[in-house]
Design a protein around this ligand. Structure first.
Ligand SMILES: [Zn+2]
Length: 133
């Protein structure tokens, strides 16, 4: 069990394997948070989601397959909640538009107030999220 306090994450038990246990916990939390977010965005947009998975993908924060399965980088759990929410909305919009055309961005804008801000944050701070694990 891992305990989260305001400015700390407590990992009880032997010091050995702390990094591995913490990473597992972060992946679990990432899956929960991203599943909730993407389900909410998809429902609001009137789209149906397939399977949701989290992976350690280095090149993309999320991806959506033609059979409606969505996968995310678990590292998004270390980003601010608004950023995680943006990526979830982005992939939910891909359920209806498998491109980055104007119709796609119109769907994203229905769910996220300032998508440019989130994409900028990811461009500037994304590499930092890959330093852990
Ligand atoms: Zn996209």
């Amino acid at each position: 069990m891992i305990i989260r306090r305001q400015n700390a994450i407590l990992v009880p038990g032997p010091r050995r394997d702390v990094a591995a246990r913490l990473t597992e916990w972060l992946k679990f939390r990432a899956h929960t948070a991203l599943s909730e977010a993407v389900q909410e965005h998809a429902a609001a947009l009137g789209a149906k989601v397939g399977r949701i998975s989290v992976r350690d993908q280095k090149t993309r924060w999320g991806s959506c397959s033609p059979d409606r399965n969505i996968s995310f980088s678990w590292r998004l759990i270390m980003a601010p909640p608004a950023i995680l929410d943006y990526v979830a909305a982005h992939e939910a919009a891909h359920l209806l538009q498998m491109n980055h055309g104007p119709a796609f961005w119109k769907l994203v804008a229905k769910r996220i107030k300032n998508p440019e801000q989130a994409t900028r944050w990811l461009r500037e701070n994304g590499p930092e999220l890959h330093r852990y694990g």
